[in-house]
Design a binder for this molecule. Structure first.
Ligand code: SF4
Ligand code: SF4
Length: 359
C-alpha cells in the first residue's frame, strides 16, 4: 500500500503568519494528532542553525507545530543535540544560548528547548539494531525517552551526503556525539599540497586537534581525525579532498541505520515535515548567510520518513527540471540514504500525494 504524503505550496517572501496557517492545515490533514496521546512528551526536532546562518526554520513556524501538539493533548518541547565540530552548538550551554539568540525562546515558540544528549554529549543510550554497518547505535537519551517525535527538517544540499532533510535531521541530528563519531568514522580527508597556503583555518576549526601546519602544507594525523569533514567545509582554497565516492556511501547508510534506531520504539508515534523553502547548497550547520539556490516550493508532511524524502526529491526535480541534488554535488549519489532506509524497513518509496488548497 502506498504511503500518504501531503503538500502545500509556499512562495518566496510569503509572510510567516501565512505559512504558519499552512503548517496547521498540513498537521490536521495528515492526522498527526493520532500520533499523540494525552500527556505525551512530544519532541519536535529541528535545527536552530549555526551562528551566521539564515536558512533554519523560523520560530513562528515552529510555534505552529507546538500549538497543534498542545491542542492534541501533548506536551511539546524542541530538541537538538551537540555538534561534533567547533561552533556555537558543541555543548548544551552554548547551544541553548545560541538557540535563544536565534529566537527559539518559550515566548516565541511556546515550548522549552532541551539539548537531548546532555552537557557535552554524555547522555546517550545504546540501541541494538544489528544492521549492515551498525550493530549498535548511540542515540540522544531524550530521543529515546520522548513519547512522540515530530521531525521538522529544512531541505538543503549537503557536502557529505548530497542532500540533507528528514534522515539527516533525525539519524545524525538525534544521535549523541558518540553516535555522530561512529557515523563519520571511515571518512578521512587529505590535503592537496599545491593548493594549501598554510592559512591555519582548518587547524583552528578541527575539533580533534588532528591538524598541524607543516613546512609546505597542513598535515592531518589519521590517528586523531574523527572524520567530521569540518576542514573541508572551512577551507577557502579547495585544498581539502575527501574520497566521497567511497565514504559517502557508508556515511549515508549509517545515517539511515541511526534513523532506524531513533524510530525503533516509536511506531505510530512519529511525523515528518520537510520544508522545501530557502533551499541552499550547504546545510544550516554552516556559519554563512547563504541565499536560496532555487525558488521556494512548499512543505511536505507524512508519517512515513521514506515517502516524505522520496516526495521531496521528486518535487525538487520537477520544479528545477533536473536531478537537482546530483547537479549541485555531482560526486555524491545522494539516493543511497533513501534506498538504504527503504531496504531496512523504514518506509515506502511509493506514495500518494495529496496537494492541499491554499488557505
Ligand atoms: S584551511 Fe585549507 S589552505 Fe588553510 S591550512 Fe587548511 S588546508 Fe591549507
Ligand atoms: S582533520 Fe578530521 S577531525 Fe579534523 S576537521 Fe578534518 S575531518 Fe574533522
Amino acid at each position: 500500500m502506498k504511503s500518504k504524503v501531503f503538500f502545500i505550496k509556499t512562495h518566496d517572501g510569503e509572510p510567516l503568519s501565512s505559512i504558519a496557517q499552512k503548517i496547521k492545515l498540513l498537521f490536521d490533514s495528515a492526522e498527526i494528532k493520532s500520533t499523540i496521546n494525552r500527556g505525551d512528551m512530544v519532541g519536535i526536532k529541528t535545527s536552530f542553525g549555526e551562528k551566521g546562518n539564515i536558512g533554519y526554520i523560523r520560530p513562528p513556524l515552529i510555534k505552529a507545530v507546538v500549538d497543534k501538539v498542545k491542542v492534541s493533548g501533548g506536551k511539546p518541547f524542541l530538541f537538538e543535540t551537540n555538534t561534533l565540530y567547533v561552533g556555537k552548538r558543541s555543548n548544551a550551554i552554548d547551544h541553548l544560548m545560541h538557540a535563544h539568540e536565534h529566537g527559539f525562546t518559550i515566548e516565541n515558540t511556546g515550548a522549552p528547548v532541551i539539548i537531548g544528549d546532555g552537557l557535552f554529549g554524555e547522555h546517550d543510550c545504546i540501541v541494538r539494531i544489528n544492521q549492515e554497518l551498525c550493530e549498535n547505535a548511540y542515540i540522544a537519551g531524550v530521543a529515546k525517552a520522548s513519547n512522540s517525535l515530530i521531525s521538522v527538517a529544512h531541505v538543503t544540499g549537503h557536502l557529505a551526503t548530497g542532500m540533507g532533510a528528514t534522515f539527516k535531521n533525525i539519524g545524525m541530528g538525534l544521535s549523541s556525539r558518540g553516535g555522530k563519531l561512529a557515523q563519520h568514522s571511515g571518512v578521512l580527508p587529505q590535503i592537496i599540497k599545491k593548493k594549501c597556503n598554510l592559512c591555519n583555518v582548518c587547524k583552528v576549526w578541527c575539533p580533534a586537534n588532528a591538524i598541524t601546519m607543516g613546512k609546505e602544507t597542513a598535515i592531518i594525523d589519521p590517528e586523531k581525525c574523527i572524520g567530521c569533514g569540518e576542514c573541508l567545509a572551512v577551507c577557502q582554497f579547495d585544498a581539502v579532498k575527501i574520497a566521497w565516492d567511497e565514504d559517502t556511501i557508508n556515511l549515508q547508510k549509517k545515517v539511515a541505520e541511526y534513523s532506524l534506531a531513533i524510530l525503533k520504539e516509536k511506531k505510530g508515534k512519529v511525523a515528518f515535515f520537510n520544508f522545501l523553502t530557502h533551499i541552499t547548497i550547504h546545510c544550516d550547520c554552516m556559519d554563512k548567510p547563504y541565499k536560496p539556490d532555487i525558488p521556494d516550493i512548499g512543505i511536505l508532511v507524512s508519517k512515513d520518513p521514506v515517502a516524505v524524502e522520496k516526495a521531496t526529491i521528486d518535487m525538487v526535480n520537477l520544479h528545477t527540471g533536473r536531478d537537482y541534488f546530483r547537479s549541485i554535488w555531482p560526486k555524491i549519489d545522494y539516493t543511497v540514504q533513501l534506498e538504504h532506509a527503504h531496504k531496512i524497513g523504514l518506509g515506502n518509496l511509493e506514495y500518494d500525494l495529496q496537494t492541499l488548497e491554499q488557505v
